[in-house]
Design a protein around this ligand. Structure first.
Ligand code: SF4
Length: 711
């Protein structure tokens, strides 16, 4: 048995559809989109506009055609005015108020189910896996004279705050990226002492990576308390729909909206002050009974003045049973059309002006669709955006660089990130710093040892060289603690996002190929949590014993791992013992949503060898590298730990333990650095995407081209 739900109207009908789907699924129906296999049609009607009613009436023919071939059940609910109900009852088997949704199984002669009495408490079957609307209040007490909602949905009924909160918490826990709190008049919410600003604050306090918004608002209920919460919220997106309906006080009064134009303008001023850069949209009705040309011109004037980002324009149509339906609908259809077009013309200009602000900026967007190599979605200012992507990013919050705009949306591309890589002593930092100065960049270190404090000379941090260039992932942890690759990957992703959000160019700089790949290729690293007992147990084993175990459980990792690096070997085993997944079995990489340019610095072998020799001599004889390592040991970094850091720290550590003479240490270290450089080059040479450069000019040219190429 299959069901299909046809939804007309607003977001609240979508919410109802998700709850109706859950009830139908409980009694054994399955969802379908295809008419020919549907056994049960449920239509959720909208009585707000005549056009929506006409579309419901248009279903009669469709249903009759199907009924000629096989039996189907047709149900009608949602917002249905009594006058429309009598016409529609003719071709629907059952018409029921949405509040009776929980009685649907009985209506369909199925057994009674254990459902909550309030249909909003039914656990919905969400249509999307990443965005959801959560009802907070249903119905309306305002009786705007043109509106059918109070008649079809009844008076306002707020949900319990704890139910709203629980639904939102569950959505965030399931990874939902966008939650919209919904009600016909959301800001008159009240559950005991909890009003809407308090509820909003509670939802906003749910930790996680998600967006939050709310609709619909009534200007008369837009309190200073709510504006203050908006100004401080962490998850609330900078977008608000604040329906104005008309920009003339007399018309507003006749609509029974209970505010003045001056109040609305004052609200906009306060909201824009509290949330700088907020995008504001509105709803407008043209041709309301008695709207004179002068009154319409006042609306047009106000639209120009407020400069909306978007407006949802409607030509007035009377809804039977409402107060306005008793007024003479005296504005001719052609005049209504003219007025709508006039407002649309103003909107086109203000929307374009507002959108132009974003060109050149990196802004966060939620991808909602992927078609023919393009992602479609909305930015956090609720602007439509389209950008090219090789990967389907649907359901993800990503940064997009806006490249152009038009009145109704933006075009963009995935943001660009530069990577400077190369062997030790290749001069990566100098090059990266120079490039950062040129291209307004910030440097993100991709070096497994520069993350540790106090390890400056041995890791070539060259902090002085950075000058005022901001840098990331340097000095992030104490050397006696572990800073894993997974931690670095997380930190690097956060740093890239942070730099881009500040409209700067991220320049990732380092020689640790594994780290660069973890970021650029998006390795899915198993996140094994800290297990002290396991760590201590493994710490008691010798390196040989650890390697024997690793060879047995994960021969692939055993082949490629640095077998001298006890920390890495132990970590690979920890991951396996804790997650049951070996390092080599970790999930398929997921490319991050950026465009990368990888620039490698290369020199002839002999030149590099000479640079390594010169640098080592300088570090040992001029910079005080031995003193640095001695100091680290005095500060509690064990010799075993120094061994794990390899190269300078391993060999100087052995010298400090008097296991080697100075000369032996020097020679061994020089050889180890040269071998390390060879291993680095072997790793990098496998990567066909690296563009090799040997001087600053080449690097600058390549970056300039990369940044100007349309992605
Ligand atoms: Fe209708 Fe007015 Fe209530 Fe909005 S506030 S739902 S327009 S009666």
């Amino acid at each position: 048995m299959k069901y299909k739900i046809i939804v007309f109207g607003c977001g609240f009908n979508q919410i109802d559809a998700e709850r109706a789907a859950a009830v139908l699924e409980k009694i054994g129906y399955q969802s379908t989109e295809k008419d020919f296999e549907t056994d049960l049609f449920l239509v959720l009607a909208c009585s707000v506009r005549q056009s929506a009613i006409d579309r419901v009436m248009g279903l009669e023919h469709r249903f009759n055609q199907i009924k000629k071939t096989r039996p189907i059940i047709t149900l009608l609910s949602g917002c249905v005015l009594p006058t429309d109900k009598s016409k529609m009852s003719k071709f629907f088997d059952i018409v029921f108020p949405i509040n009776d949704l929980v009685k649907l199984p009985v209506m369909l002669a199925q057994k009674s189910l254990d459902l909550p009495t309030d249909y909003l408490k039914v656990r919905p079957s969400y249509r999307s896996t990443f965005q959801a609307s959560v009802p907070v209040i249903n119905g309306c007490n305002n009786f705007c004279t043109y509106c059918a909602v109070p008649y079809v949905r009844g008076r306002e009924k707020s949900r319990k705050a704890k139910d709203v909160l629980a639904e939102c918490q569950a959505l965030v826990a399931q990874g939902y990226k966008y939650i919209e709190l919904l009600g016909q008049n959301v800001n008159s919410y009240q559950d005991g002492r909890i009003n809407f600003p308090k509820l909003l604050k509670q939802v906003d306090n749910i930790p996680g990576d998600y967006w939050l918004s709310f609709a619909s608002c009534h200007p008369k209920d837009m309190s200073d308390e709510l504006i203050a919460v908006m100004g401080k919220a962490k998850h609330l997106i900078p977008y608000l729909n604040l329906p104005l309906q008309a920009g003339d006080n007399e018309v507003i009064q006749r609509m029974n909206r209970n505010y003045m134009v001056s109040h609305y303008k004052n609200l906009i001023r306060k909201i824009r002050k509290a949330v700088p850069g907020i995008a504001v949209s509105t709803d407008m009705i043209v041709g309301f009974p008695g709207e004179t040309r002068t009154q319409f011109n006042n609306t047009a004037k106000l639209m120009k003045e407020v400069e909306f980002d978007m407006a949802f324009l409607a030509r007035y149509s009377p809804r039977p049973g409402t107060a306005a339906a008793k007024l003479v609908d005296d504005v001719k259809p052609a005049e209504k059309k003219r007025r709508e077009e006039a407002l649309n013309k103003i909107l086109k200009q203000t929307a374009l002006k507002k959108n132009q602000v974003f060109v050149g900026q990196n802004i966060e967007a939620l991808v909602t669709e992927y078609r023919h190599g393009f992602c479609f979605g909305r930015t956090k200012h609720f602007k439509n955006i389209k950008f090219k992507s090789e990967v389907d990013l649907t359901g993800q919050l990503v940064l997009v660089k806006v490249t152009s705009c038009y009145s109704w949306g933006l075009r963009g591309e995935l943001p660009k990130v530069v990577v400077i890589l190369g062997t030790t002593s290749a001069g990566k930092t100098s090059l990266a710093v120079k490039l950062a100065r040129k291209f307004k960049g910030e440097i993100i270190s991709a070096d497994s040892r520069q993350v540790y404090t106090g390890m400056d000379i041995g890791t070539g941090k060259d902090l002085e060289e950075y000058g005022k260039i901001p840098h990331h992932l340097i000095d992030a942890e104490l050397p006696k603690n572990q800073y894993t690759l997974a931690q670095w990957q997380q930190g690097a992703n956060a740093a890239v996002k942070d730099v881009l959000q500040r409209q700067k160019l991220p320049i990732v700089c380092g020689g640790t190929g594994l780290y660069i790949s973890a970021l650029v290729d998006g390795y899915q690293l198993a996140q094994a949590s800290e297990d002290k007992q396991l760590r201590n147990r493994l710490a008691r084993l010798t390196l040989k014993q650890l390697l024997a175990r690793l060879k047995k459980v994960d021969p692939k990792t055993y082949e490629v791992i640095d077998r001298q690096n006890r920390r890495r070997v132990q970590r690979a085993l920890e991951i396996y013992y804790q997650t049951g997944i070996t390092k080599s079995q970790q999930a398929k990489p997921q490319k991050p949503p950026y465009q990368f340019l990888k620039l490698g610095i290369t020199f002839p072998k002999e030149v590099l060898k000479a640079r390594i020799a010169k640098r080592l001599k300088h570090r040992l004889e001029k910079e005080g590298m031995i003193e640095e390592i001695k100091k680290l040991h005095q500060q509690g970094v064990s010799y075993q730990r120094l061994e794990e850091f390899g190269l300078e720290y391993r060999w100087v550590g052995r010298y400090l333990r008097k296991q080697l003479s100075y000369e032996e240490m020097y020679n061994n270290l020089e050889k180890a650095i040269n071998d390390f450089a060879k291993r680095q080059m072997t790793w990098f040479k496998r990567d066909q995407e690296i563009e090799w450069v040997s001087d600053y000019q080449q690097a600058e040219r390549k970056i300039r081209k990369f940044l100007s190429d349309k992605g």
